[in-house]
Design a protein around this ligand. Structure first.
Ligand code: DAH
Length: 347
């Protein structure tokens, strides 16, 4: 028995030294000290011993048990420390490693130009107004003096919703003139930016949806000089003090007189030629058409309950895409709508 106990002690201490996990330790504890463990098994044989031998064996068994318990405790502490060490190493955070930069987006180039234009008009005392894209033909055409049968009302140009052609996707922002004059009395000073729709095939300069900014000023004594002043101020601020523009006579049913405004081509400087070739930006014209404008027709004023004897006004409508293309030197309209980040990132 003595030998058995000594052998258990040796084997147990060696095995405990080898154990590397809390689970392995627990397994050994049960195997050695448990109710069905090795020491208990030896002690069960005590009955066979003489009265003198029994206390000696009892003492030996207790000392083996105590050694094993002590070793168990020591290993437990060592293993827990190692586990903690490993965990700390694995979960360590190096606060000196630079973080991953968060990429910030920015406004679409169209919105950048729109914001700049809005800001300039607001600084000149204009209010920004908004109106429906689904519009009545009465506002889009009739009350702007565009009568039945006028080519711009044609079904091949306009998206109609109803068989009687009374509701449509607005083809211009000019109906906002009527909507504004219906609600407000002079003095009126507004701009109305927004989407407009026409049945156009897509190419470098056309899209079935594009944006316009309408402007309307009505007050006593407003003249064509005020119109020129407002538009020249805008263009100089947008394109620089040396921007060159011209006003050409034109016809619009809702203004009289009417005009169009062109900017001198930035690519060829107005010559229409670049390196002996026809300029690709203005197609040799030397000028780029930017907007239509004029003095609000007396019939349009009186149709909205404003006395044309007392008041006069000017109006204009400009294409936002054209302004953006001119400003950002973009030569194909489709790039603006594709929303390719590699393109947008440049602005
Ligand atoms: N609505 C016109 C168009 O889409 C542009 C325009 C011309 C607007 C003259 C106006 C204006 O306000 O007075 O072609």
């Amino acid at each position: 028995m003595k030998q058995q106990l000594e052998e258990i002690r040796l084997r147990a201490l060696a095995a405990l030294d080898e154990a590397a996990t809390p689970a392995a330790l627990e397994e050994l504890r049960v195997k050695l000290l448990g109710k069905k463990g090795e020491i208990t098994a030896v002690l069960k044989q005590m009955g066979k011993l003489s009265a003198e031998e029994r206390p000696i064996m009892g003492q030996l068994a207790n000392s083996v048990r105590a050694d094993i318990e002590e070793k168990l405790e020591a290993r437990k502490l060592a293993i827990n420390a190692a586990v903690l060490e490993e965990k700390l190493a694995a979960e360590a955070v190096d606060v000196t490693i630079p973080g991953e930069p968060v990429e910030l987006g920015h406004q679409h180039p169209m919105n950048q130009v729109l914001e700049a234009i809005k800001e300039m008009f607001v600084s000149m005392g204009y209010t920004v107004v908004d109106g429906p894209e689904v519009e009545l033909a009465a506002y889009n055409f009739t009350r702007l003096n565009i009568q039945e049968g006028h080519p711009s009302r044609d079904r091949s140009d306009t998206f109609y919703f109803t068989d009687d052609d009374s509701i449509l996707l607005r083809t211009q922002t000019s109906p906002m003139q009527i909507r504004t004059m219906e609600k407000m009395q002079p003095p009126i000073r507004i701009i109305a930016p927004g989407r407009v729709y026409r049945k156009d095939e897509v190419d470098a300069t056309h899209s079935p949806m594009f944006h316009q900014i309408e402007g309307l000023v009505v007050d006593e004594g407003i003249t064509m000089g005020d119109l020129k002043g407002a538009l020249e101020t805008l263009m100089r601020q947008l394109y620089g003090e040396d921007a060159v523009m011209r006003f050409r006579p034109h016809h619009f049913p809702f203004t009289e007189p009417s005009c169009e405004m062109d900017m001198q081509c930035h690519k060829c400087g107005g010559t229409g030629e670049v390196d002996g070739q026809v300029c690709s930006t203005c197609h040799g014209e030397g000028w780029i058409e930017l907007l239509g404008a004029g003095m609000v027709h007396p019939e349009v004023l009186s149709g909205c309950g404003i006395d044309p004897e007392k008041y006069s006004g000017f109006a204009f409508g400009m294409g936002l895409e054209r302004m953006a293309m001119r400003q950002m030197r973009i030569n194909d309209l489709r790039l603006i709508f594709d929303n390719d980040v590699r393109f947008l990132d440049q602005f």
